[in-house]
Design a protein around this ligand. Structure first.
Ligand SMILES: *[C@@H]1O[C@H](CO)[C@@H](O)[C@H](O)[C@H]1NC(C)=O
Ligand SMILES: *[C@@H]1O[C@H](CO)[C@@H](O)[C@H](O)[C@H]1NC(C)=O
Ligand SMILES: *[C@@H]1O[C@H](CO)[C@@H](O)[C@H](O)[C@H]1NC(C)=O
Ligand SMILES: *[C@@H]1O[C@H](CO)[C@@H](O)[C@H](O)[C@H]1NC(C)=O
Length: 621
């Protein structure tokens, strides 16, 4: 009896004690169990012969749920079987044209449309790799991206992008292009071929598996381009192993075949392709594909299609928060949002406004060899680290010298780890299970991302270029991109932290913070480009009091620039470079500029005269 009550008591008390002293015990346990299950599945797939590739998962879905809707696009609907047949037709058309041999790379220059997915499937069936070009690039970038895949001869483009191809046709030919297919029947030039017509006239019979006989786990599967702030796009090589691993991303976040995924991000990029598209292939869920993200149509479409899973990057959720409030804001079936780059302020506001949606913020880069996932819903964190994580993917946060823009080294020439709670540069050991393949045809850029002699002489790490911080609960936080931190008066200023504070002001819609140089001063001084709420005015005194209350002296934006709209790229990353170049000279812009004046204890208008006094040092900074 005593033993029984002890056991019963233990069963009640143990979880209680665990949840008090280890608040994340159960969350961690559930997550790690799930992770283990997925890891085992991955390993067992890796052992299968003939090889099991991402394409084979698609074939499994076609076999088990042929009639289930796979893609909904505008007013069209395709089942798994439809997608299988469409891709067979394209594959057979390409075989008839005999422009590709297994092992070749074809270049896709496509907008978000079902043909994107059909072409990828077709090429995978033919044993070919695909380069996924950013559909916004033109001219020199287009040629450079094409030439990243040595030996590519075939380019497949959307109807709308014919002009862009035509513009640089001769240059592309110089780089080896022989055939351009267009995914429509309408051709603007006789130099192009209609893939749609060719596919319509081709058989939908399955493509022989023997064509894929030479594909191995190390074969390149897709090339995804990453654009830095400078230079031409670089192509990250994603091999078959990586693709197989990517299948798991949505599944490991609890997505199943009953889910409906809303894909509004570009398919040519990691979030849309590796997470959204492959996630649906793995789980057998339905994709609602949209040509472009639209904040105003977002929720209506979610309601119409009973969307349950949405994806975001950077500013996407902010744009949703910025739409006009509606009574129906909480009426939808969305239960999960997965992505990266969500700021804490937007995170809170999003939950308040749109109800209980689980947010899975993760950290990963297309080419990097380390990732984190915040599976505990901790606002602001990009992930959670554990012993297992560190064992599998050894990484370190090391001290970074923002002034010289390089990692700090000790007397032995090695890097120095930061103590817990402090910000450091994330570097991740390059190992067999965490390889860094690098960029196609770009050894110089690849080498730049390799950091040597990090913790031991002779070791090699991947340099993420990101500054992170780990707290005492083992949550990990994104602080800044290297270069997004600037130094003023010997202190490091993290721009995202300052923008978070600025966006707390109720008349500020968005704030973009950066450092500008002032002649005769070391480092950079803080400046914020601010977009005001519709109809709102910039309130000088209120802003002054706010920054004084929340920011240390060195981090307060001394200059403020009021912008009517923010420059955003296709993936919504804020563009700072132009702002930094324009600086705080009132004659360089027609935007209103303000200056934090310590003497007057408020922001004042930054006139030419004030500007000259600053530059001539009669106003001290
Ligand atoms: C799919 O639909 C076809 C035609 O409507 C039908 O013959 C077939 O049995 C269905 N397959 C499954 C697995 O439901
Ligand atoms: C596979 O590789 C072998 C040896 O290089 C070659 O002879 C064969 O044609 C290749 N098969 C395919 C389908 O590419
Ligand atoms: C591709 O995958 C393998 C594992 O199958 C990995 O070891 C390798 O580094 C990856 N990259 C290349 C280019 O082979
Ligand atoms: C795509 O290209 C455009 C135009 O160059 C660029 O602004 C954008 O950042 C690129 N997107 C990605 C995801 O690289």
């Amino acid at each position: 009896m005593f033993v029984v009550s002890l056991l019963l008591g233990g069963m009640i008390i143990c979880p209680l004690i665990l949840s008090v002293f280890f608040p994340y015990f159960w969350t961690d346990l559930v997550y790690h169990t799930e992770l283990l299950r997925i890891l085992l599945k991955f390993l067992s797939r890796r052992r299968r012969r003939p090889l099991f590739l991402a394409l084979d998962r698609f074939s499994e879905q076609v076999a088990t749920r042929p009639n289930k809707t796979f893609i909904v696009f505008e007013n069209k609907r395709y089942s798994f079987k439809d997608a299988d047949r469409e891709s067979n037709r394209i594959a057979n058309a390409l075989r008839v044209a005999s422009v590709l041999t297994p092992g070749d790379t074809a270049v896709l220059f496509l907008l978000n449309e079902p043909a994107f997915i059909f072409c990828w499937l077709a090429l995978a069936k033919l044993g070919c790799a695909c380069a996924l070009l950013n559909s916004s690039i033109r001219a020199r970038s287009l040629v450079a991206s094409f030439s990243c895949c040595r030996g590519a001869k075939v380019l497949i483009a959307s109807e709308e992008l014919q002009g862009a191809v035509e513009e640089v046709y001769e240059d592309l030919q110089q780089e080896g292009l022989t055939t351009v297919f267009i995914t429509s029947e309408e051709l603007r030039s006789s130099r192009m071929k209609s893939l749609t017509r060719a596919a319509r006239e081709s058989s939908d019979a399955a493509v022989p598996q023997t064509l894929r006989a030479n594909v191995s786990f190390t074969s390149p599967a897709v090339y995804i381009y990453t654009s830095g702030t400078t230079g031409l796009p670089k192509a990250a090589v994603i091999n078959q192993t990586r693709l197989l691993a990517a299948l798991a991303v949505l599944a490991s976040n609890g997505v199943t075949d009953t889910d409906v995924i809303y894909v509004t991000l570009p398919l040519y990029h990691t979030a849309g392709f590796l997470v959204g598209f492959l996630g649906s292939v793995e789980t057998g869920s339905t994709i609602i594909l949209r040509r472009k993200f639209s904040a105003s149509r977002f929720w209506d479409e979610c309601r119409t299609h009973k969307v349950t899973v949405i994806q975001y990057i950077g500013e996407v959720l902010r744009y949703l928060c910025n739409t006009e409030q509606r009574a129906s804001d909480k009426e939808h079936d969305v239960r999960l949002a997965i992505g990266n780059g969500l700021r804490s302020d937007v995170w809170r506001e999003f939950l308040k406004r749109f109800g209980r949606i689980e947010i899975r913020e993760f950290y990963a880069s297309t080419e990097g060899n380390v990732g984190f996932l915040n599976y505990a819903g901790k606002i602001g964190a990009i992930g959670r680290i554990s012993f297992l994580h560190r064992k599998l993917f050894p990484f370190a946060l090391i001290q970074y010298d923002t002034e010289r823009d390089e990692p700090l080294r000790n007397s032995r020439g090695l890097c120095v780890e930061v103590p817990k709670g402090q910000t450091g540069l994330l570097v991740s050991k390059i190992t067999e299970i965490a390889p860094f393949v690098g960029y196609a045809q770009n050894e110089q850029q690849t080498e730049k991302k390799r950091l040597r002699d990090v913790l031991k002489h002779g070791d090699v790490y991947f340099n993420s270029g990101d500054l992170l911080r780990i707290d005492h609960d083992n949550f990990i936080y994104f602080q800044d991109r290297v270069g997004d931190t600037f130094r003023w008066k010997g202190e490091n200023v993290a721009t995202t932290e300052v923008s978070d504070i600025m966006s707390m002001l109720d008349f500020v819609e968005e704030a973009n913070v950066y450092g500008v140089q002032v002649p005769g001063h070391e480092g950079r001084i803080g400046m914020a480009a601010v977009k005001l709420m519709d109809g709102a005015e910039f309130e000088c005194k209120k802003t002054f009091d706010h920054v004084c209350r929340f920011l240390p002296v060195y981090a307060r934006p001394r200059f403020i620039r009021i912008q009517s709209s923010m420059d955003v790229t296709a993936t919504f990353k804020q563009l700072k470079l132009k702002l930094v170049e324009a600086g705080f000279n009132p004659s360089m812009t027609s935007d209103s500029l303000y200056f934090l004046c310590e003497r007057e204890q408020t922001y004042i208008s930054l006139t030419l005269s004030v500007y000259q006094q600053i530059v001539s040092h009669s106003i001290k900074l």
